[in-house]
Design a protein around this ligand. Sequence first.
Ligand SMILES: Cc1cc2nc3c(=O)[nH]c(=O)nc-3n(C[C@H](O)[C@H](O)[C@H](O)COP(=O)(O)OP(=O)(O)OC[C@H]3O[C@@H](n4cnc5c(N)ncnc54)[C@H](O)[C@@H]3O)c2cc1C
Ligand SMILES: NC(=O)c1ccc[n+]([C@@H]2O[C@H](COP(=O)([O-])OP(=O)(O)OC[C@H]3O[C@@H](n4cnc5c(N)ncnc54)[C@H](O)[C@@H]3O)[C@@H](O)[C@H]2O)c1
Ligand code: SF4
Ligand code: FES
Length: 812
Amino acid sequence: MAEPRKKLVMVGNGMAGVRALEHLLKLAPEAYEITIFGAEPHPNYNRIMLSSVLVGGADLKEIVLNDWDWYEENRIKLHAGHTVTRIDTKKRKVYSREGAEAEYDVLLLATGSQPFMLPLPGADKEGVIAFRDIRDCEIMLETSQTYKNAVVIGGGLLGLEAARGLLHLGMNVSVVHINAYLMERQLDEAASKMLQAELERQGMKFLLRKQSETIYGKKRVKGLRFTDGTDVEADLIVMAVGIRPNVELARSAGLEVNRGIVVNDYLETSEPGIYAVGECAEHRGIAYGLVAPLYEQGAVLAKRLAGVETGGYEGSVTSTKLKVSGVDVFSAGRYDEPPGTRTLRYQDEIDGVYKKIVLRDDKLVGAVLFGDTSDGASLFSIMKKGESIKGREKELLLGFSAGAAPASPTSRLEAMADDEIICGCNGVSKATIAEAIQSKGCSTVGEIKACTKASGSCGGCKPLVEGLLKIYGGDAVGEPVKEGICGCTTLSRDEIVAEIKRMELKNVKEVMNVLGWNNPEGCSKCRPSLNYYLGMLWPTEYKDEKESRFTNERYHANIQKDGTYSVVPRIYGGVTSPSELKKIAEVAEKFDVPMVKFTGGQRLDLLGVKKEDLPKMWEELDMPSGHAYGKALRTVKTCVGNTFCRFGTQDSIGMGIRLEKEFERLNTPAKVKLAVSGCPRNCAEATIKDFGVVAIDGGWELHVGGNGGVHVRATDLLCVVKTEDEVVEWGGAFLQYYRENAQWNERTSVWVERVGLDSIKAALEQQEERKALYGRIRTALDHTTDPWKQIASDRELRKNFETLTPEPAVRN
Ligand SMILES: Cc1cc2nc3c(=O)[nH]c(=O)nc-3n(C[C@H](O)[C@H](O)[C@H](O)COP(=O)(O)OP(=O)(O)OC[C@H]3O[C@@H](n4cnc5c(N)ncnc54)[C@H](O)[C@@H]3O)c2cc1C
Ligand SMILES: NC(=O)c1ccc[n+]([C@@H]2O[C@H](COP(=O)([O-])OP(=O)(O)OC[C@H]3O[C@@H](n4cnc5c(N)ncnc54)[C@H](O)[C@@H]3O)[C@@H](O)[C@H]2O)c1
Ligand code: SF4
Ligand code: FES
């Protein structure tokens, strides 16, 4: 006769507990008679997706993980809407507030956490909520229909996701944060500031270093007052200041409780027969607040309950990704720099990319990525394996080996080891997904999700899963997934440009609507690229969309690591005069500029300028912008040439100044640097520039596609010409051909390699084509203005420079 099934009661019907039961049902489907008590009146749903519901990415109905039928099919008795208030450990019984009771042989506590509500006077007013469950989400959706001002307290993951949702719902959103910078538990100051700048661009306001004191209003909240006497109006306050494990039930039953319910490596509590899993459990001193470790716990617990051998749960290394569209942020392990560690950083303010890896004894112990998080999964995998990365540090930091071009997302995926984790939430490896596609016939992301769970939680790994589908799908799985310019579209750069031309699309929003963007807001990759393509295609009529540009280009100055800016006036050919130098010195003194420095491109950089001082300084300098901040013509470096140098064969200074005056203010796919040398000794280093000119006897050599940055590349010789006019015409035609054919953010060095020098030569060698290209670059140039002059003389534009939010503190 079969053994009678043991009674298993679970308290809490949330993500961690139900996942553990799913494992158990696979391992030992007949072992237990299961009863679940869940305080919420819903079946198990994906709490993580509440953030997506707010931004319209999912419907509340769509986030259910296990519907009512699942409970029936698995013969689970569910008491939905029942809160268990008492455990009798002697009688082995639990009792709910609503009057139900159940006996158990095994009791599983999976009660999760509750949001911490600041005990402020007025916190009980209508309109003060947390962001934890479906009800909170519904209140936000309803409130946004009638009220305008939302305040989110807490600038952590949850607060920012709530704030982004409320912004999407049309509310004015202010985030109140106690710290000087956002997400201080996951990010360092540099990444945090870049995050803040991007969120401000999206419309969020920040009140940093603010201590909340009182919530005021009559029945409903009207505002929030701070200890410094200031206040902010609010029709809705969302508290997102952390969570506390739900331990009261366990405590009252006499279980050992610390911050969470204390468990051993087998998830056993201090009371025999009672287990705890999920956010309510504390293992080796840690109560986790992310699903990945909770699912790992669940897998171990299921084995234990099924009588399958397990080595136990040993704790988890965690990683996080902020789920805010258009903002890529990844953090794993040590983001701070504790003693005994070594840190490597890469920061590109122009493209809004920041990468940091933290090493201890040649092992990766932490990573922070902003702007480009495509290497997050690989870094996390390496970190978890604990392998030595000696000699590979630079490659891991930059995402590609030195000297090589950055790999495409597909080749990165191909290069990943089979055991690398693709879906961090569910611990699904590349090999498991490959097997699902190749052996189990999965041909869509949905089928892979059903088969492996990958992409079923936060959804952050979906692009990787799509990529694997493309790699392993081959012909067997219908249409391969196309790689678009970013996650918002499957269209390539060429397809987009062709469609803009064909349909005469004239603004960023229109392009996204007409071409069916899957994210209506776009992201930090597609918005600036569309802005560039539109400006390139319609030079006479397109109005540049400032909001689609990065901070540096919006403020026409480079933001520095401490939040100040740098000012680089244009000094044609690097040639200045005593009176110009005096003027620069006077302005530097007047505005207390902490540092004046020569740049590598022969210009003067005024560093440490406050944002609000920028327009006044530009006005007083009365010099054109050096465009040192943008995807534009930067500098034309020159040597002294035959004017002073005894080796010089030509006037390199005159040639350089002419080129700079000809092409200044030009928007290009990526930054463009020029140089002119007066003889083949090449003192101006023209052969590592985008367009380099080297004088030879009786003429000029024109070189293209050089780069002296991360990937050093010497130029290719384009041609030799005789006159200065020809230099200008060929230079203009080359730059316009590059403008019209390169991808946004693609340097000439990468573009020349991609399309091949021969194709560029073939186009430019036809005189008619060359002259037409030069004509088009002139048209584009005729419609440019100097941004500094424009802002200095326009009161409305100047307003953008008044600081609204306090700048974060400068770290020593
Ligand atoms: C908006 C939001 C976004 C998030 N995004 C992410 C993310 O991107 N990535 C990530 O890893 N994590 C994210 N999290 C965290 C993640 O959702 C939690 O870590 C996870 O849900 C915890 O699972 P759990 O089962 O331990 O607790 P829960 O999912 O909270 O489930 C516990 C359940 O137990 C019930 N309960 C409590 N006490 C009792 C009782 N006495 N009787 C009966 N029922 C009871 C509760 O009502 C609740 O339904 C997010 C959380 C939120 C709120
Ligand atoms: N994308 C994700 O992975 C994701 C998204 C949402 C939530 N979650 C998880 O949900 C849980 C809750 O998230 P959370 O952001 O509330 O927790 P958190 O503890 O990570 O962050 C809370 C933030 O509130 C700030 N804070 C504390 N007291 C404050 C005060 N009085 N005024 C203003 N700010 C104050 C803290 O400085 C901190 O940055 C966490 O476990 C988190 O990991 C994860
Ligand atoms: S490149 Fe030739 S001309 Fe120019 S400074 Fe050097 S040696 Fe003189
Ligand atoms: S990483 Fe969150 S669902 Fe895959």
